[in-house]
Structure formats: C-alpha cells, structure tokens
Design a protein around this ligand. Sequence first.
Ligand code: GAP
Length: 448
Amino acid sequence: MSQPSPDSPDVLEKLVSMAKQRGFFFGSSEIYGGINALYDYGPLGARMRRNVRNLWWTAMIESRDDIEPIETSIIMNPQVWVASGHVDTFTDPLVDCTGTCRKRWREDHLADERRARGKPEDAPGCPECGGALTQARQFNLMFRTHLGPVPDDAAQVYLRPETAQGMFVDFTTVVQAMRRRLPFGIAQQGKSFRNEISPSNSIFRTREFEQMEMEFFCKPGTDLEWYRYWCATRLRWWIDDCGVRMSRLRLREHAADELSHYSAATSDVEYRFPWGWGELEGIADRTDFDLRRHSEHSGRDLSYFDTDTNERYIPYVIEPAAGLDRACLTMLIDAWDEEEVRGETRVVLRLHPDVAPWQLAVLPLSKKPQLTEYDETQSIGRRYRRQDEIGTPLAITVDFDSLEDNAVTIRERDGMTQVRVPLVDLEAACEEQLAVCRAAALQRAQSD
Ligand code: GAP
C-alpha cells in the first residue's frame, strides 16, 4: 500500500538520511564538524538543482518574449541596502533563553517551536527547556563584510539578502540597452544570504540559499491585474512544470496587517510540509516603492517615459520570488513514497521526469555471464530499487537475450512495467516513455 508520504512525521528524517547517502545534499564542511545551516549539494543534488533552475528559466524567460535575464553582483554598493530599507528594517526579533539550554529564538517563531515540541503554543518561556526568555531585540539579518584591505566602517559592505535589488538598480540600463517598453520583466537566479536566527528543517531555511526572482514593471493602475496574473501563473508552474501535488499547495493572500509597508497586495505559494504550511514563493505588488527609493537615494531618475501616452511615471512592480533550495526540498518530500512490493518496502521518489537528476539509467551487463545468470532476478531487482530511490523514471536493461535479439528492456519507475524494445527503436521508445511519465506526473500533481 502506498502511503501519503508528506504526512508522515519522520519523512524529513528519512529523506535527509537518503539525501546524504545518495548524494543529494548534506551539511557543508562536515569533516570539520559542519557549519550551522549551510549545505553542500552532491552530484544528484547539483543535477536536480540545475533541472529546477532550467524549468524556471524556460517558463520565465525562454518561453516568453517579455522578460529579460540579468546577473548582478552579490556585493553591491551599500547604499542600495540603505535605500531599499534593509539596513534599517531587515530585522527579526531575537530572544535568548536564560534557563538551562541557552538557545536563541525568533520571537515570532516561539509558538511554532513549542508546537513542534508537543507543547501548547502559549506555554511560558523557552520552547526547549521552559527557562525564562529575555526581552526581544531586533537583529539585522544581513551578513557584513569589508571591501578592500582596511576593515573600517567606510569599507563595510553586505552580502545581498535578496537578488531583487539588482533588477531595480539596473532597470533604466536594461530598458535602454534592450529598447524595452512596458510591461516587461527583469529576472535573475542567484545566491542570497541571511543570517537567520533560527534556521530550520534542513534546507528549508538556511543562511546561504538561491533565489529565482523576477520584477515585472508595469503601468500604475494595471498592477493589480498583473498581480493576479502572476499569482495564477506561478501557482501553475509548481503543479504543471514541477509536478508538485495541487492538493498540498495553496495560494495564501496576506491580510492587510501582514503586508509589508510598500506592498499593495501579497500572496504566498505555500506547501503543506509535515511540520505545517511553509512558503515556497511570494508574489508581491511592490508598487513603485523600490524604483522611487532608488531614484531618491541615488539622484538618478529611474522613471519611465511612456511613448504610447506621452506620460512619464515610475513603474509599478509585481515580484514573484521563489527559493531554489526550498523548491528542491518540496519536490523531494512531495515525491517520497514507500510501498510494499513482494513483502519488501520499496522507497520510490516519484519525481517529475524533468526534475529527476537522471531521466534514465542504463543498467550494466555483468562481465561474468555465469554469475549474472545465476542471480539475475535479485541483482536487477536491487539495481532497480537504487534507481527508484533517487527518482530515475526509466531504466534500460541489457541482458543476455539482447545479444541474440538485439532488443533491451525499458522499465518504468512508478508502475514498474516493462517493455521489450528493439535497439533500433530505442531512442524513439525512450522519448515516448518519457512523455508517458510526464503525463503521469501531471495527472498525479493535478489529482492527488
Ligand atoms: N525579494 C523578495 C524576497 O526575497 P522572501 O519571501 O524573503 O522575498 C523569497 O524570499 C523566497 O526565497 C522565499 O519564498 C523562499 O523560497 C526563499 N528564501 C527566503 N529566505 C530563505 C532562507 N533563509 N532559506 C532558504 N530559502 C529562503
């Protein structure tokens, strides 16, 4: 029987263990004891990330004619972060435990942390040991470093906490270079850094992560229409392109008191994780806040001249902002499944074929014919299981009959069905089977 995996409380633990063993992800610098909330991606993780980046790039850039890609530097002029408001307000409320455990918490996460430990949300004191907590103080999440050899205040710079500001400060340059007219978007993928107080749930919240963000510039007054368009478009991407199950996703609109001061409307694409709902992507109507602030602070005019109406204005911006690490964790959790097959537990990652690290495996023919013939069923079974566990949708097996009939077996991951295919038709048969897998992934995502 198949189990609804993401509901099982230990799925994250099992997944994290598999992720290390099979080379998806694991703690950074582990031979030195690791470093908190920083991760490395192994050979399978690196391939999967590339696939997810490509899916986003295809959907947001290649398949459209209204979005330009850029790549901006991680360290920017520090005035960028003054203008954007990050220096003053990119803070989280920090409280310290004065009891036995001495842990540090985000005050706004205390209720969740208590719930995760089976305690009432309003239990007093530290979620871990119940000790008294200090008053909250604001802690700025930006990592600081120094540019150049003299580490004085004048040389202080920040690692970017989001990729978005690159798109705002380069807006006019891109408009001019590409002769762009509104509405159009600028997008980038890249690393961001936040000194999170309470990183949690493996690669869900880390201190170094990758974002995939797009700023869509439009005429004021058309923004809410574009906002609704991008909410719907981005939700569909998670389901149709990545195969995440619709039944575990929701689009949650922020209440008025939850909105950032610059935002006219914001919705989050959220996934139901074993520990509760978590944000995968935020879609925000950021009004003209960012371009206006950068115009004021830099003294450069970032307004736009609309030749259709002969008006000059500061564009409004709709921003879909997703995280790559969270996307991968979500897809892995959503795909995780365990079922009984002939009295044994089969772990199978039902990943979308375009997300899976490998689309097909060619299982090797043993160099020792007599041995392989002896335990062929068992050894091939084990090889299939290894591919199931990492989500490879198709496996091609070359066996001894292949030498006689010039045919091989294609075995499909989810239903474990097998077809015998002449070698001359192999390429077309693989394409066909992958198309079937894509259709099945879509059906699973839309109906499960
Ligand atoms: N420019 C808007 C912005 O950065 P955000 O909601 O703070 O908005 C966007 O971040 C996305 O980046 C989140 O939905 C999440 O997927 C990812 N993200 C943010 N902080 C993260 C962290 N500490 N670890 C992993 N991913 C994170």
